[in-house]
Design a protein around this ligand. Sequence first.
Ligand code: ITT
Length: 191
Amino acid sequence: MKEVIFATSNPNKVREVNEMLPHLSIKSLKDIGCMEEVPETTATIHGNALQKARYVSEKYKVDCFSEDTGLEVEALNGEPGVDTAHYAGPQRSAEANMALLLTNLEGKGNRKARFRTVVALILNGKEHQFEGVVNGTIAPQKMGDGGFGYDPIFIPDGYHISFAEMDKYEKNKISHRGRAIKKLMQFLNSL
Ligand code: ITT
């Protein structure tokens, strides 16, 4: 498999997956002429990943993979979870999302969190899912300006720096997305 369709409209995800899979040609939704908003309306990260892949595969008659990512904070009972992208409202602002999370964690001793990515692949009519998780803590305030989304406030376990302060290859090596994509690649290579 040399060319793969990644059913996402998030250019940061495309960039990271391109960095992880330099030998593959990754096509995004824009590349296949899909400019519409793909629905993600289920109650779970697994459900949303599958919903996006199914929608694109059925409508555009292509094999593809998608992914859904959530940040799960222990002291907030797993929130924002499936609502990670629009935690602070429909404008999907990373700044507003981080500010709300920091406010909601004020006064809480437990700042443990994890990023979870579920990749859903539809290949020859069959569905497959691959999960990647990275544990860490939520920083007391933003640290660094690299990466995207919640990266400035997420410190992975074993580090004293946030994802936003980390070299991009280092992040990809240990991240939720990196781990899920590695499983996807192992599966594709085993075919
Ligand atoms: P799709 O088109 O793939 O659905 P999306 O941006 O809507 O793109 P999600 O629904 O999976 O993606 O939302 C993920 C949210 O988590 C969004 O707010 C991202 O900014 C954030 N996020 C995802 N991966 C991240 C990462 O590696 N580091 C920090 N934040 C991340």
